[in-house]
Structures are given as C-alpha cells and as structure tokens.
Ligand binder design. Structure first.
Ligand SMILES: *Cc1c(COP(=O)(O)O)cnc(C)c1O
Length: 361
C-alpha cells in the first residue's frame, strides 16, 4: 500500500508518472531497452532530452532568449556556480531568509563581495523581510533570493525590484507550483527532487546574455554554464533517467491543465491545512500569514514530546515524513504538486483526532 508522503525532498511523485515509468522500464518505445540503459548519444535518448527541454519551455512559458540547462550537483552546486559565472564585477546582493539562502550567501563570499541586504534570522526565519530597493547595490552583478524556504515554510509573494540588476532565484521548492513571469529573472535554478522529478538533475534557466565565455579562466570546465549551453547539456553524460522522469512529470502537469491548474490545486490544499492549523487549539504555524508557503507547511504543538507523538502516530496511520527539518524540529508537511487533496484531508482528519485525544488527557 502506498502512503501519503509529506517529505520535503526527495518527495512524492504523481502515481500516474510512476506507473508510466514502470510500464516503460524494460523497453522504451521501440528501442528494446530501458532509458537507463541507453547511450546518451543515441537518437532515442536525445529525443527524450529535447522533449523535456521543450516541455519545460512550454509549461513555464520560458521566452526564447532564455536557455534551459541540465546540471548535476544539486542546488548546492548552484550556490557556487552562480557566483563563479555571474560575478563579473565581483559583487552581489543577498536576502537571507533561511538556511539555503544563507548557504548561497556564504559560498558567494568566496568569490567576491556579497552584500547582505536583509535577513529574517532575528525571528527564526518566520517572515520575509520588507525590502527597500534604495538599499540595493546598483552595481551588483546579481541579486539573489531563495524564493520558497523549504525548511521554514515562507515564500516571497512579491519579488524585489532590482531594476537592471539580474534577479537570481533558488526555486527548488516552488518551481512548477504556479505560473511565473520568467522575464523578471536573470537566472532561475531548481533541483528536481522537490517538485519536478527524482534527484540527480538540477535545472538552470538562464538569460542568454548572462552566459559568459570562461574558457580562459581557471573556472572548472564543468562549472561553466557556457559548456552546458554549447553542448545542449550533453558535454558529458547527463543524469539521463532523472531527465526522463522530469519529462513524464511535465507531461503530467500539461495534461492536468498546466501551471495555473497547479496553482489552483495547491492553493486549495494549503487552505485546507492552514485552516485546520489556525482553528486548532494545540497546533500553530509560526510563519507571518502573508508570507506563508503553499508548498511547505510548518506547524508545532509547542511541546516536543507531543510533536514526537504526533509524528509517530501519523506514521502509523500512513502519513509519513512529517518531522520538521533536523535543524528546527516540529512538524512540516510538504504538499507539492503530486500530493493529492485527499492526502491533505487525511492529514487534517488525523490532526483533529489527535487533538481530541490530546485534550481529553
Ligand atoms: C532542497 C533545497 C536545496 C538543496 O538541494 P540539493 O539538491 O540537496 O543541493 C536548496 N535550496 C532549496 C530551496 C531547497 O529546497
């Protein structure tokens, strides 16, 4: 029996996608082989690769002057790759709204001047700081945000106004959850294992003019965006099976009505869960309401023992991976695209039952 999996990542995948992958596991199309076994130079694989790129462009309405790259090394490698490739003048602005944004900031310090524009660390990252664009560095090579904070459950609902400074966004945990205007960004990166597919591939969407030729520098070849762009992300062996799975997920999203349908679906689920938390006597959500994430919903009872009891009880009821990030504790329900509304309803029903029992004792 499959459980409802609230993991932050690797995370739940649509059941239809897993079934389709299973049906194609031994032989893909007429190839007589699994996608896993194919040469990355074969016509069959290249078709999968290009279909994934085309589907992502279509689903996200990515303008023609943006390139789509498949890179390994996770979102973490982008914390390095972004400054290595974009810090031309040697300075960038950062908003630190959680652990991932903090890591992007500290990695960038190795390569140039990283300016901290604002941070929400003072209140355990429970809000998104108000930004005043007059405090931004006009000379910066880029302005970095982590758009959805997977660990703390906050989200930028309004993008910083950076003018001509390219906005760089870590969209790992919100990509494909709603329509976005890609033209507002210089670069978007997202590891696949939250809302796009299995782990192994990270997607970079980069505005053409930001791709620089670094061949005369010491920058490792595999850390240069231009190498990926010049070779359609086939300079070396890409994570072929992960890319294939992303293609299936994108087909699934398209069939469900695209990103506006995903947004409706995600808003509905998040409303069910936040309403249950807000009307509960024992559970609360620490995030400022207007900054709440639709993807990662954090909640606590205020009593560590009770939290543990809740997580264990939920697990026994088939609601798994509800523990908060190891750095913060409490509970976190990640409700990405692939989490059905029934899963969120089952969680809410379990919370009500748990609350009744807890308040009886
Ligand atoms: C998960 C996550 C990361 C880290 O991803 P890795 O692929 O493990 O490096 C970074 N940023 C955000 C927003 C995430 O959700």
């Amino acid at each position: 029996m499959r459980v409802y999996n609230f993991s932050a990542g690797p995370a739940v995948l649509p059941e239809e996608v897993l079934k389709k992958a299973a049906s194609e596991l031994l032989t893909y199309g007429n190839s007589g082989q699994s996608v896993m076994e194919m040469s990355h130079r074969s016509k069959e694989y290249e078709a999968v690769h290009n279909e994934c790129i085309d589907l992502l462009r279509e689903v996200m309405a990515i303008p023609a002057n943006y390139k789509i790259l498949f890179i390994q090394g996770g979102a973490h490698m982008q914390f390095e790759m972004v400054p290595l490739n974009l810090m031309q003048k040697g300075t960038a602005d950062f908003v630190v709204t959680g652990q991932w944004a903090g890591k992007a900031f500290s990695e960038a310090k190795k390569y140039g001047e990283a300016n901290l524009i604002a941070s929400s660390k003072d209140k355990t990252f429970s809000y998104i700081p108000e930004l005043d664009s007059s405090t931004f560095n006009k000379n910066a090579d880029y302005f970095h945000i982590c758009e959805n904070n997977t660990i703390f459950g906050t989200k930028f609902w309004k993008l910083p106004e950076t003018g001509s400074v390219p906005l760089v966004s870590d969209m790992s945990s919100c990509i494909l959850s709603e329509p976005v205007d890609v033209s507002k960004y210089g670069l978007i990166y997202a590891c696949a294992q939250k809302n796009m597919g299995p782990s192994g591939v990270t997607i970079v969407i980069i505005r053409e003019d930001l791709i620089r030729d670094l061949s005369e520098t010491k920058t490792p070849t595999m850390l240069q965006y231009k190498i990926y762009d010049d070779n359609n992300s086939l300079y070396n062996t890409p994570p072929t099976y992960s890319i294939y799975m992303c293609k299936l997920v994108l087909e699934w999203i398209k069939e469900k009505g695209g990103l506006s349908a995903m947004k409706t679906h995600n808003e509905k689920k998040a409303a069910i869960l936040y309403d249950a938390i807000d009307s509960s006597k024992i559970f609360s959500n620490p995030v400022v309401k207007k900054d709440r994430s639709l993807m990662n919903v954090t909640f606590v009872t205020g009593n560590e023992e009770l939290d543990k009891k809740f997580i264990a009880g939920a697990k026994a009821a088939g609601l798994v991976n509800l523990g908060g990030h190891r750095s913060v504790g409490g509970m976190r329900a990640s409700i990405y695209n692939a989490m059905p509304a029934e899963g969120v309803q089952a969680l809410v029903d379990f919370m009500k039952k748990f609350e009744e029992n807890a308040t009886l004792q």
